[in-house]
Write a protein that binds this ligand. Structure first.
Ligand code: DOR
Ligand code: ZN
Length: 348
């Protein structure tokens, strides 16, 4: 096979992942553990992970649910869910734990299980001060929640109303602008200092907002932040494949049951862990930038978080494999991204 039909890279990490809890864990964890060495685990459980003690319990449930073959090769990197009441001593406890690697800021009401999130970021300034001093990253769901703001503008308005101020007021704070979806976000991250970075999902680089309405309403393409215009999709691909150290892989794989997606009020979230690295290989290949995939998927994330790069390798091959229509998800089923279609790249 020629070089471009096969690529071997350092084992990647997923810097933004939802694995849910209880009976759902064992349905989704193998997909991530098969591809990634580590994943930043989102704390937005029904009962959110607001303390270090809860993070430890959740981490143990995840490790228990991992198949034996992955217990030593896959490390869940835990996060805390920021609230108006989180205090600096909890942050210090989290840092000292060694297993909590970031704090997630969900604006209250912005997305799934965010009702206990932050309604007043100024109330969190002491916490942000501590995080800045200690080098603890703040992960940001960057959307305003004001229902009067058009849903397609919520990321841009968040930048203007909140993020610019946070970056100015906490110039040394490590900030990861999560799952960016617009050219505005790319520009902000590029122009900020080296302690500001962003994750980019595969689905935001593969689809534009037309995919929500192709021949009818498509609940499995609904996620938050919502898909954007084609010009934004292109800007994300350009950023991801640019070679800039500020952008790295975060799938935001977010499983929901088929019933809660195919519903009069369907949940936000797209399950992509079954092609967690393969979808990115397809995107980088199409952009003629496969040589930039390893840095994006395997180097920039750990370098930003101050963690060692992985030592093992994985090989991706340009070979189609089937994607199931559904897979078992707890007692129900989940519909994966591109259900019934093919992955263009496969892992060996
Ligand atoms: O689409 C999304 N799904 N966006 C989020 O921010 C949360 C996630 C989820 O937890 O389902
Ligand atoms: Zn997410």
């Amino acid at each position: 096979m020629t070089a471009s039909n096969k690529i071997t890279i350092t084992t990647p990490d997923d810097w933004h992942l939802h694995v849910r809890d209880q009976e759902f864990l064992s349905s989704v964890l193998p997909d991530s553990a098969k591809r990634f060495a580590r994943a930043i685990i989102m704390p937005n459980l029904t009962d959110p992970v607001t303390t270090t003690d809860r993070a430890e319990e959740y981490r143990n449930r995840i490790i228990d649910a991992l198949p034996n073959e992955y217990k030593l090769t896959f490390e869940p990197l835990m996060t805390l869910y920021l609230t108006n009441r989180t205090n600096a001593s909890e942050i210090k406890k989290a840092i000292n734990s060694g297993f909590v690697h970031a704090v997630k800021w969900y604006p209250a009401g912005a997305t799934t299980n965010s009702s206990q999130g932050v309604s007043d970021i100024v109330a969190c300034y002491e916490v942000l001060e501590t995080m800045q001093e200690e080098g603890m990253p703040l992960l940001v769901h960057g959307e305003v929640t004001d229902p009067n703001v058009d849903i397609f503008d919520r990321e841009k308005v968040f930048i203007d109303q909140f993020l610019t101020n946070i970056i100015k007021n906490f110039p040394k704070l490590k900030v990861v602008f999560e799952h960016i979806t617009t050219e505005h976000a790319v520009t902000l991250v590029e122009s900020a200092s080296s302690n500001v970075a962003a994750t980019i999902t595969a689905h935001h680089m593969l689809l534009n907002r037309n995919a929500l309405f192709k021949g009818g309403i498509r609940p499995h393409h609904y996620c938050l932040p919502v898909l954007k215009r084609e010009e934004h999709r292109k800007a994300l691909i350009k950023a991801a494949t640019s070679g800039s150290q500020k952008f790295f892989l975060g799938t935001d794989s977010a499983p929901h049951t088929k019933n809660t997606k195919e519903n009069a009020c369907g949940c936000a979230g797209i399950y992509t862990a079954h092609g967690g690295i393969e979808f990115y290989a397809e995107i980088f290949d199409k952009a003629d930038a496969l040589n930039k995939l390893e840095a994006f998927a395997s180097f920039n994330g750990p370098d930003f978080y101050g963690l060692p790069r992985n030592k093992s390798k994985i090989t991706l091959t340009r070979k189609q494999t089937d994607i199931a229509d559904t897979f078992p998800f707890g007692d129900e089923v989940c519909v994966p991204f591109r259900a019934g279609e093919k992955l263009a790249w496969s892992i060996d």
